[in-house]
Design a protein around this ligand. Structure first.
Ligand SMILES: Nc1ncnc2c1ncn2[C@@H]1O[C@H](COP(=O)(O)OP(=O)(O)O)[C@@H](O)[C@H]1O
Ligand SMILES: [Mg+2]
Length: 222
């Protein structure tokens, strides 16, 4: 049975697409799992990066874009996902950061796991709290139908500011558990994004991305 993992929150610019691509490339390169990314964001970040990979595309995981503006989008989304679940082991959903659209709600509803990137600024935190508070209702619905539903927070763009201490206050809201390993604000995450290549050498034990990814595998994959 495929795992559906969405990177979602109601805020743009917090690193949903970045962390999704870093994670998807690592799953693709380091495990035997078949990976699909469904890009549900009209900005098409993942699809755009995929388009620039040139000949390397052959080695990429699969990427499809889903247009939520089409007629009967819910029905078509369910169909797309049902087909994908037969072919892939892990399906990542890249979700736009707008709570008004139905994209977030439906993406979260079909997910087994939601990963919420969190950035330490007052505005980002307020938006995150609003989003987290919508999740227990979905968890209850899913659990009634016999499905599991887990929510993990990941601290992104970590720096030395005091605001980072405050992020701990978000732990537990809406059932969210933080990954122990944060992702720092580093140039490599701006430049090194690919749908083909790993961001780092998996053998480097002290690399923060590898620490995060080990945790991701334990909590979300196996
Ligand atoms: N850990 C990080 N360090 C440095 N820059 C980052 C990091 N995560 C994201 N960014 C940058 O922040 C911007 C927004 O990231 P993006 O993944 O597009 O966010 P979202 O999908 O939530 O809108 C991009 O310019 C991206 O390169
Ligand atoms: Mg995005």
């Amino acid at each position: 049975m495929a795992k559906v993992i969405s990177f979602a929150t109601q805020k743009g610019g917090v690193g949903k697409s970045t962390l999704l691509m870093l994670t998807a490339s690592a799953v693709h390169n380091r495990t035997k799992k078949k990976v699909l990314v469904i890009d549900c964001d009209p900005q098409k970040s993942v699809k755009d990066i995929y388009a620039t990979e040139g000949a390397d595309k052959e080695q990429s995981y699969d990427v499809i874009a889903f247009n939520w503006k089409q007629a009967r989008s819910e029905e078509n989304f369910d169909k797309t996902l049902a087909l994908a679940e037969k072919k892939y082991d892990v399906i990542f959903l890249d979700v736009p950061g707008r709570i008004e659209g139905k994209e977030i709600y439906f993406s979260v509803l079909v997910s087994d796991i939601v990963v919420v990137p969190v950035v330490a600024s007052v505005l980002d935190m307020r938006a995150t709290i609003r989003f987290l508070k919508t999740l227990p209702m979905i968890k209850e619905m899913k659990e009634k139908q016999g499905y599991k539903f887990d929510v993990y927070g990941i601290v992104n763009k970590k720096d030395q500011t005091v605001e980072h201490q405050k992020l701990k206050e978000l732990s537990g809201i809406g059932g969210m558990e933080f990954f122990y390993s944060p992702i720092s604000n580093l140039v490599r995450y701006k430049r090194g994004i690919s749908t083909v290549y790993d961001i780092t050498d998996p053998g480097l034990k002290d690399d923060e991305f590898n620490q995060y990814f080990d945790e991701f595998c334990t909590k979300c994959l196996f």
